[in-house]
Design a protein around this ligand. Sequence first.
Ligand SMILES: O=C1O[C@H](COP(=O)(O)O)[C@@H](O)[C@H](O)[C@H]1O
Length: 320
Amino acid sequence: MDSSSASARLRAFPSVRRSSPVTVIPLTGQLVSANSPVCSFRSKTVSLTSAVSKRSNWKLQSAMAVQVTEKGKGKLQIFESEEDLSVSLAKYTADFSERFVRERGAFTVVLSGGSLIKSLRKLIDPPYVDSVNWAKWHVFWVDERVVAKDHPDSNYKLAYDGFLSEVPIPPGQVYCINDALSAEGAADDYETCLKHLVKTKVVDFSAASGFPVFDLMLLGMGPDGHVASLFPGHPLVNENQQWVTFIKDSPKPPPERITFTFPVINSSANIALVAVGAGKADILHRALGNGQSADLLPVQMVSPEGEMTWFLDKEAASKL
Ligand SMILES: O=C1O[C@H](COP(=O)(O)O)[C@@H](O)[C@H](O)[C@H]1O
């Protein structure tokens, strides 16, 4: 495949912005045990007793409570404020960038749309704006709305305006959808692009699973528990063959979207699941709290081969 057709219509980014230094506010840690899972943020402690936590172990880590899943790979971080969360998320992302650039000469990072982009804002402040090796970044979208790239609903536009336009990632390494195609065509095209990038070893691949392995996936979560464009009760949550698929009846507008499937999401080397604000509290209570439900929410189906870290602010975590 000619990558120029699939990896799409790319724009040159303006020069790097310089702005004021980040203030890092230290968080406090709390000892937690397997029998009594708790999360702490500053002086407040909340209990978590859930389907997830029942199969979990807990341990102490400075600055945050940590949940270890049955695979021993998941952890939960709750921050005093969204500001604290964004500081930590920037360091987490920059650290992975440094590690993967050192180890494999490239960093493949997958973005969501929505509120996540705002929480990445510290990456375009010092020190990261200068220290991150942006030339090695390859940027993908876990889902995209099938609209023009300059449309207000475009996840590409959101990321470009809020983040990508401020850093010198080579335009050819920013893989947005071909917005001239139908939803089905754009999904096919994006999957073809990913296959080309696996073949050329830009994107890692798991021979065991047969799916691409992204270095870091930065996922948001909707108030209904959707991730990417995989919505509760929609048959697409069970798609297990394709890498990228499409939806024409998204319950959240706009209706036409493309989305990575769960096998691709769950093949990731690292996933950050970011949820901020009181509007996410009820669904997090359902996903991580006491309630029992026959049907897993999409957010509960995120279970990567690699590491998973939750980034919550205290409002989002207020009902845990
Ligand atoms: O429609 C979408 O929504 C989710 C969640 O967005 P948020 O604003 O509630 O954080 C987002 O992760 C996804 O990429 C987007 O297309």
